[in-house]
Design a binder for this molecule. Structure first.
Ligand SMILES: Nc1ncnc2c1ncn2[C@@H]1O[C@H](COP(=O)(O)OP(=O)(O)OP(=O)(O)O)[C@@H](O)[C@H]1O
Length: 274
């Protein structure tokens, strides 16, 4: 064993002098420069986390920030499709170069590394978690003000890896107005607290549908209880996003960067000002 430096955070030895646990934080690629890291999480699948991650990133870019998106949803990657990216990632001697969207966002996703983007990822948890770490250690995130990490739903291996290995500055929780939402939000809140990660707020997706003819709002998935839930956990509601077929269409066409609307501007300002 080498001589004790008394810097327990970076030392892997389990000696009698240990006063604090070893930090599991990974070093980013030497060529990377990353300002803030924001995780976008949801307790369950299909609530529109990818759509919200994409729109939040675009909204921050519209505020003049340089934004990257790490698609940490390894088994269900959908970020490249939303941005119409089908090419493979490039590499140089220093690391992997993310794909650049039409409007200038940097994107990394497992789909940029697979031979065919429709190939399924049938890997065990530790391998998937290793890939997510490599998206941090091997990818060159150049001059990024804010890196948005689109997490897989739930509280499994990947969120745990991201929270332990990346210096996450805060998370945004995405929900939809459905029955189980309180319990689901509670799980996400508890995980963030357990990992000492600040919760920036909740975004409710598919909150309502606004009739294009008369402007009346309909609560398709039931009345929203997001304010009560947010108050219960003392976290702000950052935005409410309507069900809008136009958004689904833009996602399907790979043109989400062209969305019109200010729903996420306030949330983007809050995240960008961290
Ligand atoms: N507000 C909305 N209005 C219209 N369509 C939406 C809205 N939010 C999400 N969708 C559509 O619902 C589908 C699922 O959304 P998305 O992929 O963002 O969910 P997710 O939570 O990331 O899913 P997963 O858990 O599978 O990763 C997509 O086709 C998306 O375009």
């Amino acid at each position: 064993m080498s001589e004790c430096t008394h810097d327990c955070s970076s030392c892997g030895s389990d000696c009698g002098s240990r006063t604090e646990p070893q930090s599991l934080l990974e070093k980013p690629n030497a060529m990377s420069s990353i300002g803030k890291v924001i995780g976008v999480v949801s307790g369950k699948g299909g609530v529109g986390k990818t759509l919200v991650s994409s729109m939040l990133a675009v909204s921050m870019q519209r505020l003049g920030k340089k934004v990257g998106i790490m698609d940490a949803d390894i088994t269900g990657p959908s970020i490249p499709k939303a941005f119409g990216i089908h090419q493979k990632a490039d590499a140089c001697e220093f690391g992997i170069i993310p794909a650049r969207t039409k409007m200038g966002l940097d994107i990394m996703s497992i789909n940029l590394l697979l031979e065919n983007e429709s190939d399924p990822v049938v890997w065990r948890g530790p391998v998937i978690a290793g890939v997510v770490k490599q998206f941090w250690t091997d990818v060159i995130w150049k001059d990024i003000d804010c890196l948005v990490v689109d997490m897989p739903p739930g509280t499994g291996d990947v969120p745990l890896t991201v929270f332990q290995s990346l210096p996450v500055d805060g998370i945004v929780i995405v929900t939809s107005p459905q029955e189980l939402v309180s319990m689901i939000v509670e799980k996400a809140v508890k995980m963030a607290k357990l990992m000492n990660i600040p919760i920036l707020g909740i975004i409710e997706n598919m909150s309502y549908f606004e009739c294009p003819d008369c402007g009346k709002r309909h609560s398709i998935y039931g009345e929203s209880h997001i304010e009560e839930i947010a108050a219960q956990y003392d976290i702000p509601v950052l935005a409410k996003l309507p069900i809008d077929p136009q958004l689904a269409k833009l996602c399907d066409q790979g043109t989400i960067e062209l969305f019109e609307g200010e729903w996420l501007t306030e949330a983007a300002e809050k995240v960008a000002s961290l």
